[in-house]
Design a protein around this ligand. Structure first.
Ligand code: NAD
Ligand code: SER
Length: 320
């Protein structure tokens, strides 16, 4: 564990980054925090640097200037946008990871968090309860980059002792930022439509069941794994972490329990094939055993809080 954390979050303006920045400040109030993104900063009192994570020189400059010792690397292209821009997805997802792993290898930083995804799995993976170590034959550029990234993290750890930690996030649902191009992001959009009293057309089929998680649990997992004594981590590939699974029709039914007039229709597109290639449930027993992972939110809790928070924003949009 680090005494004085000096943290850089790359991709701080994205869906996870915007929530992680606040959570870091709460968990480690004395830390020095820097956000970085290709986009402009939206809010927050921390130092912010606009940079391109594919440029090693820009990253090293920030790490040196602010004496950073911990990096959370969140910048990436996700599954759906990755299929539209495969070259960029591969370049961004891999180059940024290599730059950060090499800075850790060379002693500039002491600890790295880099997220993987359920996208490492593919159609040959068992669909129910996909194990921590199982067949991984991803069919998306995004999934290939995440699985390759996991192997590189393991390699840098074994070869150079790099303290890199990772989890395979399921689809994440939060209310602070708009989604960034994932296959599971319908499960965020649907809430925005529901609170505006609009109907929703889903790009997945009604029964496309996938593993999902409410953002506060994902953020807590991210911070918890960074605080675990190294000897408790039995893998430096990414840990499966799970919370609950649902299909679009199950999510719509849960929303209709609060908003009976809400309507959903279905127009599956290329993202349906991606969803079909992923498991419906993951087995996260290794994360539970190694570092005590435990989700707090069930589907019904998540739906209630999402509707409540987005309705508050409708009333006072300036509050973020
Ligand atoms: P996001 O798309 O919302 O955010 C990514 C951020 O990275 C954006 O703010 C973007 O501007 C920034 N970025 C893109 N290119 C950049 C570059 N060249 N330099 C600097 N910044 C750049 O994504 P997210 O949902 O916050 O996901 C963050 C991480 O978590 C990604 O690695 C993603 O693969 C992983 N993940 C997300 C989910 C999910 O459901 N959201 C699930 C599994 C894994
Ligand atoms: N939620 C992500 C996506 O759909 C999975 O990593 O791309």
């Amino acid at each position: 564990m680090l005494n004085e954390r000096r943290i850089l979050v790359i991709g701080s303006e994205g869906q996870i980054g915007t929530e992680l920045m606040w959570a870091i400040g709460n968990r480690w109030p004395d830390c020095f925090l820097v956000g970085a993104d290709l986009k402009q900063k939206q809010s927050g009192a921390w130092v912010f640097v606009q940079l391109d994570a594919m440029r090693a020189g820009e990253l090293l400059e920030v790490v040196s200037e602010y004496r950073i010792n911990t990096v959370f690397l969140l910048a990436a292209l996700l599954s759906a946008t990755g299929e539209q821009a495969p070259d960029l997805a591969w370049e961004l997802n891999m180059q940024s990871l290599f730059h950060v792993l090499k800075m850790a290898r060379d002693g500039y930083i002491r600890q790295v968090f880099w997220p993987s995804s359920i996208a490492v799995f593919g159609p040959t993976t068992p669909r129910d309860n996909a194990a921590q170590s199982t067949v991984c034959e991803p069919r998306t550029v995004y999934g290939i980059s995440k699985y390759a990234g996991e192997l590189w993290c393991q390699w840098y750890h074994q070869k150079f002792g790099v303290d890199v930690r990772s989890v395979r996030y399921p689809g994440l649902i939060g209310y602070n930022a708009l989604p960034g191009g994932g296959t599971t992001d319908y499960a965020v959009d649907i809430f925005h439509k529901a609170v505006r009293g609009e109907s929703f057309t889903c790009f997945l089929a009604p029964d496309a069941r996938l593993p999902m998680m409410f953002m506060p649990d994902a953020v807590r997992a991210t911070l918890e794994i960074m605080d675990v004594p190294a000897e408790r981590l039995s893998t430096r590939m990414a840990y499966n972490i799970g919370a609950f699974s649902f299909s679009p029709q199950e999510l719509a039914a849960a929303i209709q329990r609060h908003k009976p007039d809400f309507q959903i229709s279905y127009a599956p597109d290329y993202r349906q094939k991606i969803a079909e290639s992923w498991p419906a449930v993951v087995d996260d027993s290794l994360a539970r055993a190694d570092w005590g992972w435990q989700p707090e939110y069930e589907l019904e809790d998540m739906v209630r809080v999402m509707l409540w928070e987005l309705e508050k924003k409708q009333v006072s949009p300036s509050e973020g």
